[in-house]
Design a protein around this ligand. Structure first.
Ligand SMILES: Cc1ncc(COP(=O)(O)O)c(C=O)c1O
Length: 394
């Protein structure tokens, strides 16, 4: 294994170019179509996209919205969650899951995560339920679904609502069941780095419930019904038809994008199997390993990120090592949510005990997994990980 510096291959963490270039002529035609339609807000192009998203996800209702964050906010608003309510959220994820709860005056309650699949621990959630708990917001992190059957039983047992944050997992399944189809609401994001990435901000909200769908539909446009009559306070959470048209062209390719990511993950796992200092991040894994590789416990994840654990205080050394070899990598996420400054002193309980989140924030490092990685690029990444784990320095 191992290449010399002169053979170094540049590997960005993410390159949107090849995927979007392949559809460029169709995007240009879609842009012209929207331009000539003169319909720039809502309308049939958005509805057609929503209909196909609903079919893809196996849900009754799907709404295009302005972002993944706004999808979460709209779901919470439609469920009437606010002041005095508590919502269970993972302590280790992107900020906005907890941020949307706090913005409505409700209290995010920090749930610790599982150290192997990185999703929230339902056992810890059970310890943190209180009479004020109204909902749980699991995040299917890095493309892997939480156990959806266990989630459903948990919510039923505690009589609370479920909002699935599937921003990183559109198309991921648990035992055949799709994320976004199980909770009262499902939310995803079309941020450009997502598996279905747009050309700007937008997101999607889903539900199987007709009454909740109707409420979300009204709140999406300022709580307005009929036109210029506002019984309650909503906001502008609309998605542009231009964005919908562009994403609609990419939607049929999502399974192949997801499949290519899974192929890259299998490549890394196979290439590094048995390599010195490298183990899989499973219960009982060799504690002396220098790098722990992620495992898709559901077998049906979509690999939005391929996130390593680098224990023993060596994470930043691996980041520097990969950077020197022109391999892109990023820390998702360096600070657990209960440690974020905006939550300090705002009456939120401290860590509430989230030691795994604390540990992982210091250990995680995500490496390139995007669908269009070339064989040479992924080989260079695998060789470099093996070199680091074997103690080879630059
Ligand atoms: C887990 C998670 N939830 C929510 C979001 C919010 O999505 P957006 O950036 O579209 O607001 C993101 C992504 O950025 C995310 O990764």
């Amino acid at each position: 294994m191992g290449k010399t510096h002169c053979a170094m291959t540049n590997v960005p963490l993410l390159d949107l170019g090849p995927q979007n270039r392949a559809l460029e002529a169709q995007f240009e035609a879609a842009f012209r179509d929207v331009l000539r339609s003169n319909q720039f807000i809502m309308g049939p192009r958005l509805e057609a996209f929503e209909k196909d998203c609903a079919a893809f996800l196996g849900v009754k209702h799907a709404f295009g919205v302005s972002s993944g964050t706004d999808a979460l906010l709209l779901a919470l608003m439609a469920l009437g969650i606010g002041e005095g309510d508590e919502v269970l959220v993972p302590a280790f994820t992107f900020f906005c899951t907890a941020g949307s709860v706090a913005r409505l005056g409700a209290r995010p309650v920090w749930v610790d995560i599982d150290p192997h699949h990185f999703n929230l621990s339902l056992a810890d959630a059970a310890r943190k339920v209180s009479p004020r708990t109204r909902a749980i917001m699991p995040v299917h992190l890095f493309g892997q679904a939480l156990d959806l059957d266990a989630l459903e039983s948990f919510a039923a047992a505690h009589r609370i609502r479920v909002i699935e944050d599937a921003a990183q997992s559109m198309g991921a399944r648990w035992k055949g069941r799709l994320t976004m189809s199980v909770g009262d609401f499902g939310a995803t994001s079309f941020f450009p780095s997502k598996n279905l990435g747009g050309m700007g901000d937008s997101g999607l909200l889903t539900t199987q419930d007709d009454a909740l769908a109707e409420r979300a539909r009204i709140l999406r446009v300022h709580g307005m019904q009929p036109k210029y009559y506002h019984r309650e306070l909503g906001a502008n959470f609309r998605m542009d038809p231009l964005q919908a048209s562009l994403l609609h062209l990419k939607l049929p390719h999502l399974p192949s994008y997801n499949c290519a990511r899974a192929g890259n993950a299998i490549f890394y796992q196979t290439a590094l199997k048995g390599a010195r200092g490298i183990a899989e991040n499973r219960p009982g894994a060799d504690q002396s390993a220098k790098i722990l590789l992620p495992v898709d416990f559901s077998g049906q994840g979509i690999w939005n990120q391929f996130t390593l654990r680098v224990p023993h205080g060596r994470r930043d050394a691996l980041k520097a090592f990969l950077t020197a070899r022109k391999i892109g990598c990023e820390i998702y996420y360096p600070v657990p949510l209960h440690r974020q400054e905006c939550f300090a002193g705002a009456g939120y309980r401290g860590g509430d005990g989230a030691p795994v989140s604390e540990r992982l924030a210091a250990e995680v490092l995500s490496i390139p997994i995007f669908p269009e990685l070339t064989a040479e690029q992924r080989q260079w990444v695998a060789d470099s990980l093996a070199d680091f784990a074997a103690g080879k320095s630059e």
